[in-house]
Design a protein around this ligand. Structure first.
Ligand code: ADP
Length: 645
C-alpha cells in the first residue's frame, strides 16, 4: 500500500482515548515516562536483533549511538521524542498502535468497567493507578504524528497521524509519495506531539522536562538527551553484567541511592531467573540506622520495572529483619503500569522477597568466612538481624549466622557461632548452654555458672533481651538443645571431669551432717516465709554460698523479668533457694543453728543471703534493709577485727 489510508480505532481504544482526554487526571507528566519506556524498549529490541543476527539484516548505521532525544519548541507548541531503535513497519504500526495489545490498557478498562464506567465516581483514581502506554500522550496532545522506519533494510518509512478523536491516517513515505522525505528519515521512531494550548508552558521548558525525566526515567539504560543535554544521570547498573562494573561505579550508585558517602560494607549484585526473573543491586551499609529509634519507616528496596521506577522503599520486597539491606530490584515480570494496590498483595513480589532473603543469607554465610568482616557486620546490624528468629523457612541459615560472646572468649569483642560452640562441646554434651546478663563481668560472677566453669563447659553470653526470644524460638540447633545455664540439671554436668581447680572451690570441704543441714533449711524457710518456695542443697554451686532457682524449671529469670515488665507486674517471683552445704558460711550457720535454734545471727544471715541473691537477679526493689544489715554486720565485725589485731 502506498496511498494514504484512514482507519478507525478499535472501540476499546476510542473509549480509552475519550476518558484520557476528558479526565481531570493531574499527573499528566507520566505520558513522558510511557513514551520514553517505549523508546527504550525499541532500542533494547534493536540491540537484541543486531546481536543475534551478528549485525546482518539491520541497517548499517551502527556507528550512531543508541539514544533517545527530546526536543521542544514553545512557539510551534511542539514536543518531540525520537529514538533510533527498532522502528516499525506499516503493518506493525497498525498492529501495535490501534489495537489494545498490551496489558496496561486492557486492565485499565477492566478496572474502569468494574468501577461503574468512565463517569463513575472512581474514574479519576483508576486513571491515576494505571499507565496506559502510548495513548496517555492524548492527555496533553492536540494531535500526534509518528514517523517510523523499521530496522529491516528494505523497510520504508511510515507516517501515522491522529488527533485521538476516533481515527488515524497512515501512509508510507515511498518514492513518488514523497521520495525526498523518505531518504532523509533514519531508522527508529519519532513522535511529534502538538501540545494542547494549556500544556505548552508545562511541557516545553527544558529544565522542567529534564526534571520529569529524572523523576521517572533516571535509570533508563540509554542516554536521554533533552535538547542535546543528557537528563538521566545514573546508569541502571543492576542491569549491567557484573564484570563490567568497577568498584567506583558501585560506590557512586550506592551514594546516589543512600546519600551515604562512605563505601558500602558489602555489595550484592544478583541476576535471578527462577522462580522469578529479577535483577537486584543491594548494599549493606557500614553504619546502621537506629531502627529502634526514629527511623523505623526508612527502609525497603526501590522497585523498578524495566528500569522505570515504580515505587521507592517497597517494604514487601525484603523481610523486615534484613531492613539494613538497601538497594533496587528490577523485574521484567510486572507490567510497567502496575498499581500500588496490586503490588501489595502480589505473588511475584512475595517470591522475590523469599528469593532475596535466601540470597542475602547465603551472602552473609560467605561473608562470615572472613571473621573480622563478619564481626563488623555483626556489630552494626545484629540488632535488626536477630528479629529473623521468626523466619521459620530460613531457620537453619539464620541460626548458623548468629554470634555470641561466651565464657570461652578472652575479650568482649570475640564472637562465637553455634557451630564453634559445638566443635568445642564435651563428649556426650548434647546441650548448648547460655546465660543472660548485663555484662561479661556480671556473668563471670553469676553463681549459676560456677559449675560450668568447674567443668569447663562453655556458656554463651546473652546481653540483649531479644537474645532470649531468639533462643526461645529456636530451641535447638542441629542435635543440641538450647538450654539456659540457670535451668541446667546439675546431674547433666556432674559426670564431667573437673577442669578448674579454683581456690574458692568448696568441693573439698565436708558438708555438715544431714540433720544439721535439714534443720538449717527449715530455719531458713521459716525466716524467709513466702519469699521462697523451698530451701534445699545445691549441686551447682562451687564458690558461692547460695543462689535462687526458678521452681518451674523452664523460665529463665531474665525472660521472666521481660514478661513481668511487659505486663507491668512489679511483684517479686517466688524462687527456690539453693544453699551450698560445703561453703564455709553455710557450714558455720549449720553449727550455730544446731547449738541455738534461735540464734539471731542465723536470721540476719538468711535475710542477707536472700536479699543479695535477689539483688543479683535484679529483683530487689528496696535496698534499705539490706544496706542497714550490711552496715550493722560491718560495725560488729570491725569491733572483732580491731580486737583480734
Ligand atoms: P506497551 O508499551 O505497553 O506495549 P504502548 O501502547 O505504549 O503499549 O505501545 C504499543 C506497542 O507499540 C509497543 O508494544 C511497541 O511494539 C510499539 N511501539 C511503541 N512505541 C514504539 C517505539 N518508539 N519504537 C518501536 N515500537 C514502538
Amino acid at each position: 500500500m502506498t496511498a494514504q489510508a484512514t482507519y478507525e480505532f478499535k472501540a476499546e481504544i476510542k473509549q480509552l482515548l475519550d476518558i484520557l482526554v476528558h479526565s481531570l487526571y493531574t499527573e499528566r507528566e507520566i505520558f513522558l515516562r510511557e513514551l520514553v519506556s517505549n523508546a527504550s524498549d525499541a532500542l533494547d529490541k534493536l540491540r537484541i536483533v543486531t546481536a543475534s543476527q551478528g549485525g546482518e539484516g539491520a541497517e548499517s548505521d551502527d556507528e550512531a549511538p543508541l539514544e533517545i532525544r527530546i526536543e521542544a519548541d514553545k512557539d510551534k507548541k511542539l514536543l518531540t521524542i525520537s529514538d533510533n531503535g527498532i522502528g516499525m513497519t506499516e503493518a506493525e504500526l497498525v498492529e501495535n498502535i490501534g489495537t489494545i495489545a498490551h496489558s496496561g490498557s486492557s486492565s485499565f478498562l477492566k478496572a474502569l468497567k468494574e468501577s461503574g464506567g468512565p463517569n463513575g465516581q472512581n474514574a479519576d483514581g483508576i486513571i491515576g493507578r494505571f499507565g496506559v502506554g502510548f495513548y496517555s500522550v492524548y492527555m496533553v496532545a492536540q494531535s500526534v504524528k509518528i514517523t517510523t522506519r523499521s530496522y529491516r533494510p528494505d523497510a520504508m518509512p511510515v507516517e501515522w497521524i491522529s488527533d485521538g478523536q476516533g481515527s488515524y491516517t497512515i501512509r508510507e513515505l515511498t518514492p513518488g509519495n514523497g521520495a525526498d522525505e523518505s531518504a532523509a528519515i533514519p531508522r527508529g521512531t519519532r513522535i511529534e506531539i502538538s501540545l494542547k494550548d494549556e500544556f505548552v508552558a508545562e511541557f516545553t521548558e527544558l529544565d522542567d522536562l529534564r526534571m520529569v525525566i529524572r523523576k521517572h526515567s533516571n535509570f533508563i539504560g540509554f542516554p536521554i538527551l533533552v535538547s542535546g543535554e543528557r537528563a538521566n544521570t545514573v546508569p541502571a547498573l543492576w542491569r549491567e553484567p557484573k564484570f563490567q562494573i568497577t568498584k567506583e561505579q558501585y560506590k557512586e550508585f550506592y551514594s546516589f541511592l543512600t546519600y551515604d558517602h562512605e563505601e558500602p560494607m558489602d555489595t550484592l549484585h544478583l541476576s535471578v531467573d527462577a522462580p522469578v526473573q529479577f535483577n537486584a543491586l543491594c548494599f549493606i551499609p557500614k553504619k546502621t540506622k537506629d531502627f529502634m529509634g526514629f527511623d523505623r519507616e526508612d527502609w525497603g528496596l526501590d522497585l523498578y520495572v524495566r528500569r522505570v521506577l515504580i515505587q521507592r522503599q517497597n517494604k514487601d520486597l525484603i523481610p523486615q529483619h534484613l531492613m539494613f539491606v538497601r538497594g533496587v530490584v528490577d523485574t521484567e515480570d510486572l507490567p510497567l503500569n502496575i498499581s500500588r494496590e496490586t503490588l501489595q498483595d502480589n505473588l511475584l513480589i512475595r517470591k522475590i522477597n523469599t528469593t532475596l532473603a535466601k540470597q542475602v543469607l547465603s551472602h552473609l554465610e560467605k561473608m562470615a568466612e572472613d571473621k573480622d568482616k563478619y564481626a563488623e557486620f555483626w556489630r552494626e546490624h545484629s540488632r535488626v538481624f536477630k528479629a529473623g528468629y521468626m523466619d521459620f523457612a530460613n531457620r537453619e541459615a539464620f541460626a548458623g549466622l548468629l554470634r555470641f560472646n561466651s565464657s570461652s572468649c578472652e575479650t568482649a569483642d570475640e564472637l562465637v557461632s553455634f557451630d564453634e560452640y559445638i566443635s568445642r562441646a564435651k563428649l556426650d554434651q548434647k546441650k548448648i548452654y547460655f546465660a543472660f546478663g548485663p555484662s561479661r563481668e556480671a556473668l563471670k560472677l553469676n553463681p549459676h555458672l560456677e559449675i560450668f566453669r568447674k567443668k569447663g563447659v562453655e556458656v554463651l553470653y546473652l546481653f540483649e533481651p531479644i537474645d532470649e526470644f531468639v533462643m526461645d524460638a529456636l530451641r535447638k540447633h542441629k542435635d543440641f538443645d538450647l538450654t539456659p545455664a540457670e535451668l541446667a540439671k546439675p546431674e547433666d554436668l556432674a559426670s564431667l571431669p573437673d577442669v578448674d581447680a579454683d581456690s574458692t572451690d568448696t568441693e573439698t570441704q565436708a558438708a555438715p551432717e544431714k540433720p544439721a543441714l535439714d534443720a538449717l533449711f527449715e530455719r531458713f524457710k521459716a525466716i524467709l516465709g513466702d519469699g521462697v518456695t523451698e530451701v534445699r542443697a545445691s549441686a551447682r554451686l562451687t564458690g558461692s554460698p547460695c543462689c535462687l532457682v526458678n521452681p518451674d524449671g523452664h523460665t529463665t529469670s531474665s525472660m521472666d523479668k521481660i514478661m513481668r515488665h511487659m505486663s507491668h507486674d512489679t511483684s517479686v517471683p517466688k524462687k527456690v533457694m539453693e544453699l551450698n552445704p560445703k561453703h564455709e558460711l553455710i557450714r558455720n550457720l549449720a553449727s550455730l543453728n544446731q547449738a541455738d535454734p534461735a540464734d539471731p545471727f542465723v536470721e540476719q544471715a538468711a535475710k542477707q543471703l536472700f536479699e543479695s541473691a535477689l539483688l543479683l537477679e535484679g529483683y530487689l526493689t528496696d535496698p534499705h534493709a539490706l544496706v542497714g544489715r550490711v552496715q550493722d554486720l560491718l560495725a560488729k565485725s570491725s569491733g572483732w577485727y580491731t580486737k583480734a589485731k
